[in-house]
Design a protein around this ligand. Structure first.
Ligand code: SAM
Ligand code: SF4
Ligand code: SF4
Length: 339
């Protein structure tokens, strides 16, 4: 909800959503996110003392809520690896002004966690799945993990009342573009909403190249030729995915086109890293440290002032200016700042 406290950035965008990364660790090594060659056995993840505890994260979430944030998304790394996550969700539900708490996960631990998370007050989940083919998926996730545990996770989420589940598929040319139609076929009519995500140049280690991006337009055309689609209105202003409905009533698909059809103009998202830094863009190199002020004993009013001032100075629009003058710039890894 926009209040008199809600800051507006230099491009007239309000602060509305907050993504909270609860860990930088993951049980998978997706090639496009945490390639195993980089995130190997010697990789130094954040030590426990560096990571904000749940009280600290919830306190910051409360600060953001006072600045107009209504939607929270819990992410990582793999958020389900963080111990006692349902306790954290329960803390977030008690924050005045928060009306939606969602979680993005690879789904593997949902069979045990979906029910306690739903009982704690989680509203929805998005599950990432890039292929229905075990070989392709196993190679992509860098751990040889098959598709079955993820599908079991989706089913568990639905059973726990966390549906409709959104399914995120990152498409790369020559890697899993052959899986577009099988994925569409599998999820059409299932009540689950498949969203195709353009492969992004997040971080600096995933070997991104423009020719590996499959533009949403191409995917939409491919599906439309098989199962005709019609465009649908966004659910709310600033919705990242563009929605299309199957004309035969078998549900919808979404497209997140952060490379070919950017949406910086409506970007109301802030990100909080597990270490307590505020990032105002997915492609930012550095965040603003909130952990030290928090641990130094700053009051809520002082923290509100810090965040508000940072947001007011925000001018990020990386996706819009990509390819012009962004080549070679330093960026934080997505698993670190929270996807
Ligand atoms: N581990 C959880 C998961 O995989 O859903 C949450 C964190 S992950 C960083 C969040 C989302 O970012 C996932 O849907 C993932 O597919 C997506 N992602 C990661 N790297 C990406 C990239 N280079 N391009 C596009 N999407 C990416
Ligand atoms: Fe882990 Fe998610 Fe990144 Fe894959 S996309 S490596 S599951 S954080
Ligand atoms: Fe928002 Fe940055 Fe993505 Fe643009 S590039 S939509 S400003 S996170």
């Amino acid at each position: 909800m926009v209040t008199e406290n809600t800051p507006t950035d230099t491009l007239n965008r309000h602060l509305r959503d907050l993504r909270i990364s609860v860990t930088d660790r993951c049980n998978l090594r997706c090639t496009y996110c945490m390639p195993a060659e980089v995130f190997g056995p010697d990789y130094k993840f954040l030590p426990r003392s560096e990571i904000l505890d749940y009280e600290e994260l919830a306190r910051l979430a409360r600060v953001f809520a006072q600045l107009g944030v209504t939607k929270l998304r819990i992410t990582g790394g793999e958020p389900l690896l963080r111990r006692n996550l349902p306790d954290f969700i329960a803390m977030l539900t008690r924050i005045p002004g928060i009306d939606d708490i969602a979680l993005t996960t690879n789904g593997i631990l949902l069979p045990t966690l979906a029910k306690p998370l739903a009982e704690a007050g989680l509203n929805r989940v998005t599950v990432s799945l890039d292929s229905l083919d075990d070989k392709t998926f196993g190679e992509l996730n860098g751990r040889g993990t098959g598709v079955k545990p993820v599908l079991a996770g989706i089913a568990a989420a639905e059973k726990a009342g966390l549906g409709p589940v959104k399914v995120n598929m990152v498409v790369q040319r020559g890697v899993n573009d052959k899986d577009i139609l099988p994925m569409a076929e599998h999820f059409r009519g299932s009540g689950r909403i498949l969203r195709f995500i353009e492969f992004m140049d997040v971080g600096t280690t995933n070997g991104w190249r423009m020719d590996k991006v499959v533009p949403s337009r191409e995917i939409q055309k491919l599906i439309h030729e098989r199962w005709p689609l019609e465009s649908a209105e966004p659910n709310y202003r600033g919705e990242v995915a563009r929605r299309w409905l199957y004309k035969d009533g078998q549900g919808e698909v979404g497209f997140i086109s952060s490379v070919t059809n950017t949406f910086c103009g409506d970007c109301t998202r802030a990100r909080l890293s597990a270490r307590g830094e505020l990032f105002t863009c997915l492609f930012a190199a550095e965040g603003m440290d909130l952990r030290e002020p928090l641990r130094e004993g700053k009051t809520d009013a002082e923290l509100i002032e810090l965040v508000s001032a940072r947001w007011k100075a925000r001018d990020d629009r990386y996706s819009e200016i990509r390819n012009q003058n962004t080549a070679g710039i330093k960026k934080a890894e997505m698993s670190y700042l929270g996807g």
